[in-house]
Design a protein around this ligand. Structure first.
Ligand code: SF4
Length: 465
């Protein structure tokens, strides 16, 4: 069955699913209609637009069945490690071990949006003294208490040091509630002094060799913790194999991003791209399946690019998006207003950059951990955003502020100034709550203004330096 690519509603997916099945679509065991997730409480799906490919269906089903996968892993006797905050480093180590599954409880961030606040997680966080002055990651506390969204991990590992105040405070509260956490420290990445040995990191940042050595020691400490947890050695050979598997995911994503962000016609909507990128941080609790899901998505995108087919208008404005959006619906809204995503920085670009395979594995992982855009200065982050905006040819930058997030108070100004002065393209900063329906008209007006301004600029042929 060869449908023209387009974004469709949940209701349209109901009929489309039947047609795809009749046409012979084969699905993995977690397959099925999108509608069933609504019946299980994922109410936000009713208002979203989805890509109409079977590859996208598989992606959504893979994402929305993670809780089942974790519970099955526990039943099968696998050990579950909850990795927190570092977004991409410790899972590479954990998945190098047999019989261990790692996931980020931080992912509870999106539960209030996906379940349209029906789950009451923010109320539980409130009752524990973690109110709306904190970012939506506070939902994680409620998810631990209710145990309704993921099994409580057998081991919790969390990065500390150069982390946001929000996560630091929430993780400490969790620890105090009787969920013991193994902490490891990531220092604030600084520019090496002129007389200091300098190490280039994946993604383009640099750090003093002494900081890399410090992180390496911290990761060595975690290696011992994980070995004792799993009851098997985590030697360099296993780690190198784990890095190679993580890199396979990263290479697939790199091609997917390159093709999607640079194609003449946008071959895949923003929402599906966001989810695909998120798979990099902990492989949605199944590394091998992540690779298969991404391969299918990439095949779809390659086919669309070759056939010169897209899901949006040809003149859609190319927008670079900064920060994950608390309400997924706003990714649709940007496209409804005439934009398309051409570049992203969702707080975990270090989980997308390839990990060096020509170094001892712990050295490679330490360099990757220090390449986290959130452990350095906002100026560093702005520099990377400018470089990637230029690389993907984006015409505007949209900074999506996260309610309550400590880093969002000032970084938007720094990033916006850097983009304006270096690239001379429009920048818009918006704040998006987990449910944005009440402010949707205002968001629409602001997004439309960004799109209009960018289209006007096309006429003046303003080429960034
Ligand atoms: S404040 Fe930002 S970096 Fe910290 S947990 Fe929230 S979203 Fe993540």
């Amino acid at each position: 069955m060869n449908d023209y690519p387009r974004r469709i509603t949940l209701q349209e997916w109901d009929a489309h699913y039947v047609q795809l099945r009749e046409a012979g679509m084969r699905e993995p065991p977690y397959g099925g209609t999108l509608r069933r997730h609504v019946e299980e409480g994922d109410l936000r799906l009713r208002t979203l637009l989805f890509d109409n490919s079977s590859a996208a269906l598989r992606l959504w089903n893979f994402l929305l069945t993670e809780e089942d996968r974790l519970r099955e892993a526990r039943t099968a006797g696998k050990k579950i490690v909850g990795t927190m905050k570092d977004l991409g480093t410790v899972p590479v180590m954990a998945y190098a071990l047999p019989n261990v599954v790692a996931f980020y409880p931080d992912g509870a961030w999106w539960i209030p949006c996906v379940m349209e606040l029906s789950e009451g997680l923010f109320g539980i966080a409130d009752s524990l003294g973690i109110d709306e002055a904190f970012c939506p990651v506070r939902a994680m506390l409620g998810a631990f208490i209710t145990e309704a969204h993921f099994p409580v991990p057998d081991l919790l590992i969390c990065s500390a040091g150069a982390t946001c105040d929000d996560f630091s405070a929430i993780a400490q509260r969790l620890n105090g509630l009787g969920y013991p956490i193994v902490w490891w420290e990531i220092p604030h990445r600084r520019i090496p002094d002129p007389d200091e040995e300098r190490v280039e990191l994946p993604g383009g940042f640099a750090a003093p060799a002494s900081q890399v050595a410090f992180v390496r020691e911290e990761l060595e400490r975690l290696r011992t913790v994980l070995e004792q947890f799993a009851g098997v050695p985590l030697n360099d050979g296993a780690l190198s194999a784990g890095i190679a598997r993580a890199n396979e995911v990263r290479r697939l994503l790199a091609e997917l991003r390159q093709l999607t962000f640079t194609a003449e016609l946008c071959p895949l909507p923003a929402l599906e791209m966001l989810i695909a990128e998120m798979l990099a941080i902990h492989f949605c609790s199944d590394q091998a399946e992540t690779i298969e899901v991404l391969r299918e998505l990439l095949r779809e995108v390659r086919g669309r690019v070759e056939a010169r087919q897209g899901v949006l208008e040809a003149d859609a404005v190319r927008v670079f998006w900064v920060n994950p959006v608390a309400d997924l619906q706003v990714m649709n809204l940007l496209e409804d207003c005439g934009g398309r995503i051409c570049g992203t920085e969702y707080l975990f670009s270090h989980a997308l950059d390839e990990i060096p395979e020509n170094l001892p594995p712990m050295e490679a992982l330490a360099r990757m951990a220090l390449a986290d855009p959130m452990v350095g200065s906002a100026a560093d982050r702005a520099a990377r955003i400018c470089a990637d905006t230029r690389r993907f040819g984006a015409e505007a930058v949209l900074i999506s502020r996260i309610p309550g997030a400590s880093h969002c108070a000032t970084e938007g100004i720094i990033i916006a100034e850097a983009v304006r002065s270096r690239l001379r393209i429009p920048v818009l900063e918006i704040e998006v709550p987990p449910l944005s329906d009440s402010i949707k008209p205002m968001l629409r007006t602001r997004l439309e203004a960004l799109i209009e301004t960018s289209k006007e600029l096309r006429k003046t042929c303003c080429v960034p330096e």
